[in-house]
Design a protein around this ligand. Structure first.
Ligand SMILES: *Cc1c(COP(=O)(O)O)cnc(C)c1O
Length: 364
């Protein structure tokens, strides 16, 4: 039985008629940049997921960049983040001229370890970028206590965690700013590039709205330095069609995860942690195994697709070699990169396919 790691065509075929009609309406109305579709999406996203307001942007990297601009990071500043994430979590820090500083992760959740975060703080530290990796919220209570003690600006990278809550609060509302990506493979994926910015703080939200459109409140008057971070109309229209399905897709991801938790019995396999403070929305289901490559080959023979997310931690990427954190600097992140294996978990998988993955793992 074939089990692809991810098949986006099933979801998009199911929505095809509705999606093409919405695209046609946007096309005919020539609502190409921001406009009504994006405004509707912002209202729907906020109402559906529990945000006071939302700003649609043109990628998940964009709101991270905007948040770093608003935080006022700059040359000489240090901003702490996790080394085990997608590279984009650190880009905003570098764009502002500040220095990314990494703190190691907890093994079970793959997220920032608050104790290691506290140990990484210096007099130059200005902020923290927390990532809710694979849909699993990070330990925000401990992180916010540290942030308050040191007066740090906290950005939550929720690119993989749309719909997730920490102690009942939607992720992105605990720190000073929250960011989302709607890259097609995300748990809420658009048909192209997209992202969003949220904040519980009015002044930060207002500033982000201004930065999104070239630092401008009034056309051709630019009070602050901004950029082009606008969401396009087609993305807004498509995401409006997808948003009502997100809760059902998340429930299906969680049901598949429950099946994996109950079924996977392979010796030496570590399953993701399930902390009580916040359920994962399972953007990924990532296990660890000491013989990850051999297991991966075995699964490929059984026609089960897998992925390595992520094979290289950020401090060992060539672009960050200049930071001087060589191999051995962050043992937990390095071990995760060496042993992680992400299994298929998209909502359209059938139970029979999930059982085939489980059976194939158990007979390795
Ligand atoms: C996908 C992703 C991003 C960036 O999103 P883009 O839309 O590709 O710019 C940022 N952070 C994390 C953790 C991601 O997974």
């Amino acid at each position: 039985m074939k089990v692809p790691f991810l098949d986006l065509s099933l979801q998009h075929q199911a929505l095809r008629t509705e999606a093409l009609a919405a695209l046609a309406a946007t096309y005919d109305a020539t609502r190409f940049c921001l406009g009504k579709d994006v405004e509707d999406f912002e209202k729907n996203f906020a109402a559906t997921l529990g945000y006071p307001r939302t700003l649609g942007m043109n990628s998940g990297t964009a709101p991270l960049h905007v948040a770093c601009m608003i935080a006022g990071f700059g040359p000489g500043d240090e901003v702490i983040t996790t080394p085990f994430t997608f590279i984009s979590s650190a880009w905003g820090i570098s764009y502002t001229g500040a220095k990314p500083v990494f703190a190691d992760i907890e093994e079970d959740t793959f997220n920032l370890d608050p104790a290691r975060l506290a140990a990484a703080i210096t007099p130059r530290t200005k902020g923290i970028i927390v990532v809710h990796l694979f849909g699993q919220p990070a330990r925000m209570d401990e992180i916010m206590v540290i942030a308050r003690q040191h007066g740090l600006f906290v950005i939550e990278d929720c690119a993989q965690a749309a719909g997730a809550h920490y102690e009942g609060v939607p992720v992105g509302l605990i720190g000073d700013a929250g960011t989302f990506s709607f890259y097609p493979t995300k748990n809420l994926g658009g048909c192209g590039e997209g992202g969003a910015f949220v904040s519980r703080r009015d002044e930060i939200f207002t500033r982000a709205r201004q930065i999104r459109v070239h630092g401008s409140d009034r056309r051709y008057y630019h009070d602050i330095i901004g950029g082009n971070f606008r969401m396009d109309g087609f993305q807004g229209a498509l995401l409006n069609i997808k948003l009502p399905h997100l809760a059902g897709w998340t429930a299906r991801r969680q049901a598949i995860a429950a099946r994996y938790f109950a079924g996977i019995k392979l010796f030496d396999t570590r399953l993701p942690g399930q902390p009580a403070y916040g359920k994962s929305v399972f953007h990924q289901f990532t296990i660890r195994h000491p013989r990850r490559e051999a297991l991966r080959e075995h699964l490929a023979k059984e026609e089960v697709g897998t992925d390595l997310i992520y094979p290289v931690p950020l401090h060992l990427q060539a672009c960050y070699a200049g930071l001087g954190a060589g191999p051995g600097s962050f043992p937990m992140a390095e071990r995760a990169a060496r042993t992680c294996l992400s299994l298929p978990i998209f909502p359209e998988l059938t139970d029979a396919q999930v059982d085939h993955v489980i059976k194939s793992i158990n007979c390795f």
